[in-house]
Design a protein around this ligand. Structure first.
Ligand SMILES: C[S@@+](CC[C@H](N)C(=O)[O-])C[C@H]1O[C@@H](n2cnc3c(N)ncnc32)[C@H](O)[C@@H]1O
Length: 234
């Protein structure tokens, strides 16, 4: 682990491409991705089904506008329900077309801060339009048009009850987003990571494995279904 592990990749992107710090970080990021790929099997996390009493099935959503599966959505909603007695807000890091934002916000009275810059890293203006159409009638949804790191300084997001990390799917971003948002969790709060378990995104699996297995982090595994890990802060 080096100091670069905790750098905000989007802060680094503000530097000129020839800045030595940016060059070193870019090399670091590529090496970490390679390590994640080579050692993919060693970052396996055991599966943990959604507790049957918390599982929710009866919701409809457009699967064309999200990579989240019905099983993952059920797990997300279960975690939202289990954390409902906490009154800190929810932060979604990466909202895209607003499918998960809409389902989460319809499930709870808590405020849902959807953090997404729509700046070309997976989200474009047309996706922002879809997000706005889906969420405009939900009074508890607030769009924060910024990156994860910038949003972490938002005055309403000092503490969160639930964070859903689903932005850039490489090691440096998943590690940064995970570390940044888990530090904000209220006791009993949860953090979810999407696109785990996939060899297409080996850095996500490694980042989540490291976060879960770092003894300094007061976390336990709450749910792990294929493609989604949810950790609870004790
Ligand atoms: C996989 S999509 C999110 C999908 C959404 N959670 C769903 O399932 O409907 C990733 C989103 O992350 C956004 N994004 C990219 N970089 C980001 C950053 N640094 N912070 C927050 N969001 C970011 C992109 O604009 C894109 O819309």
């Amino acid at each position: 682990m080096t100091k670069y592990t905790f750098y905000d990749p989007f802060e680094i992107k503000r530097l000129s491409k020839l800045n030595p710090e940016r060059i070193v970080f870019t090399v670091f990021a590529r090496i970490q991705e390679l390590i994640s790929k080579i050692h993919f099997e060693s970052f396996t996390i055991p599966f943990e089904p959604t507790p049957s009493q918390a599982a929710v099935q009866d919701f409809n959503f457009d699967e064309n506008d999200t990579a989240v599966t019905p099983e993952q959505m059920s797990a997300l909603v279960a975690a939202i329900n289990v954390t409902n007695e906490l009154d800190a807000p929810i932060a979604e890091i990466g909202a895209f077309r607003g499918v998960t934002t809409e389902i989460m916000a319809s499930t709870t009275a808590r405020r849902v801060y959807a953090v997404d810059p729509y700046a070309g890293y997976g989200g474009a203006d047309s996706d922002l339009g879809a997000f706005e159409n889906r969420t405009r009638d939900l009074p508890n949804v607030f769009h924060v048009r910024s990156t994860s790191g910038e949003a972490s300084r938002h005055p309403e997001l000092i503490t969160v009850s639930f964070a859903f990390v689903d932005a850039v799917h490489d090691y440096v971003n998943a590690r940064f987003d995970g570390t940044t948002w888990l530090r904000k969790l209220a006791p009993g709060g949860m953090i979810a990571f999407h696109d785990t378990d996939s060899r297409v995104f080996p850095g996500v699996m490694r980042a989540v494995w490291e976060i879960l297995n770092d003894r300094a982090n007061p976390l336990t595994l709450f749910i792990h279904v294929p493609g989604l890990v949810i950790l609870q802060r004790h």
